[in-house]
Design a protein around this ligand. Structure first.
Ligand code: HAM
Length: 411
């Protein structure tokens, strides 16, 4: 669980603000729901046999003896909130959220126990157009952020009956190769055999490569849905790779699944992932509602941006007001307020350090100008203005003119 220091927070703000603008361009509306929900909600949604539910949830009993869990992802809570508040039945909803998620995973680069997602969920639209919209939204966000090198991987998991039939074929195949499987895969064979396809163990790659292909077991409607999505992406000029091994680690998906991946972050390559989950609303007690969505891992996007664009420029002061002598304090505070009235970002000295250390501090603040308010200046009704970034002589400006002068100077 990381602390987010001011330098990094500035980049986070840029990502969140850009995402907000892109989401508004697609008419998505923000929703906020609790960080803690009943354990049952996550177990049902994500699936009992998934890694998340089996071993990664922060689960505890509250004072009433109810089992609660810190949310490991946002889709379950979003659907629960949609049902509880009557937002979903016979309605179209485009929703998004941002916030912390918690998974007790083995911490490593790009994998944290408290991490943050921007999640996007669309309800009430069964056709492939909304799958395409979600992907176009991601593509637009990557362009707006200036992030490069992300590759889109796509797959279709079909309907639950088609997947169940495929599952049987897959299990029969894997059982024939049981001797080669590692412990993890053998365990998954009973509970969640599709996840064996996801194994990163090099010793299993040959068996995985030879496994029956899910694409050949899709039902007709899922096949058409997937073809239409691919067509829509082609028409929009979005490039993608169909990856028949993409199965995702949460059980609620049906049909389309996708991930945006990068080669630049080491093993944790997925920056954004999601798909369609047409059965989840019913599973959680709502009326049947088609749905699709995705979530972006904020830490991973921020790390990628930092790698590609260098450290962020911290949102900094434009003007530093230095004060000399106790009697300068009130005029300096008043001056700083007038500058802020003119929409300038101002850091005003609030200590009793000497001029030299104040100028050092002014330099570190990122400000372009330092304004000096001292006894001699006050006596003459002026403020001394010093450009901290250029070797120019200091100028005295009449107090009444300072705001105008600074505004024009910084333009
Ligand atoms: P997910 O694949 O579990 O999907 O997570 C989505 C993204 O969150 C990942 O691609 C990754 O960028 C980030 N992420 C996940 N775990 C961690 C971690 N431990 N540390 C840092 N980043 C992490 C979901 O959560 C689904 N709810 C997505 C979705 C929304 N599907 C439909 N709607």
């Amino acid at each position: 669980m990381n602390d987010l220091l001011p330098e990094a927070a500035a980049r986070w703000c840029v990502v969140e603000e850009t995402a907000r603008q892109v989401l508004e361009a697609y008419a998505y509306r923000e929703i906020r729901f609790p960080i803690i929900e009943s354990t049952e909600l996550f177990a049902r949604s994500i699936g009992d046999a998934t890694d998340i539910v089996e071993k990664e949830m922060y689960t505890f009993e509250d004072r009433n003896g109810d089992s609660l869990t810190l949310r490991p992802e946002g889709t379950a809570g979003c659907v629960r909130a949609g049902i509880s508040n009557g937002l979903l039945h016979n309605q179209i909803q485009r929703l998004w959220y941002v916030g912390p998620m918690f998974r007790h995973e083995k911490p490593q680069r790009g994998r944290l126990r408290q991490f943050h997602q921007i999640g996007v969920e669309a309800f009430g639209m069964a056709g492939p157009a909304i799958d395409a919209e979600l992907i176009l939204l991601c593509a637009r966000l990557w362009r707006a952020l200036g992030v490069s090198g992300l590759r889109l991987q796509l797959n279709s998991l079909g309907t639950p009956p088609a997947r169940a039939a495929y599952r049987d074929t897959l299990v029969a195949y894997l059982q024939k190769h049981a001797a080669v499987l590692d412990d993890d895969s053998r365990r998954r064979l009973d509970k969640n055999p599709l996840r064996v396809l996801d194994s990163k163990n090099p010793a299993l790659q040959d068996v995985i490569a030879g496994a029956p292909n899910l694409a050949q077991h899709l039902d007709d409607e899922s096949r058409r849905h997937f073809a239409a999505l691919c067509q829509a992406l082609d028409a929009a000029g979005v490039t993608y790779e169909v990856n028949p091994r993409l199965v995702r680690g949460l059980d609620y998906y049906t049909r389309t699944v996708f991930e945006w991946i990068t080669d630049e972050l080491g093993a944790q390559s997925a920056v954004c992932a999601g798909g369609r989950y047409d059965g989840l609303v019913t599973l959680l007690g709502g009326q049947a509602t088609p749905a699709a969505g995705f979530a972006i891992g904020l830490e991973r996007v921020v790390e990628l941006l930092t790698q590609q664009q260098g450290a962020s420029v911290a949102s900094s002061a434009q003007v530093y007001v230095a004060t000399l002598g106790e009697a300068s304090m009130l005029p300096a505070l008043a001056l700083a307020e007038r500058l802020r009235d003119a929409s300038l970002r101002v850091e005003c000295d609030a200590g009793d350090a000497g001029l030299k250390s104040q100028l050092k501090r002014a330099d570190r603040s990122g400000a372009r100008l330092a304004l000096l308010v001292g006894e001699t200046e006050r006596a003459r009704g002026v403020v001394a203005v010093k450009d901290l970034r250029q070797d120019a002589p200091q100028t005295d400006v009449a107090v009444a003119d300072v705001v105008d002068y600074v505004t024009r100077y910084l333009k």
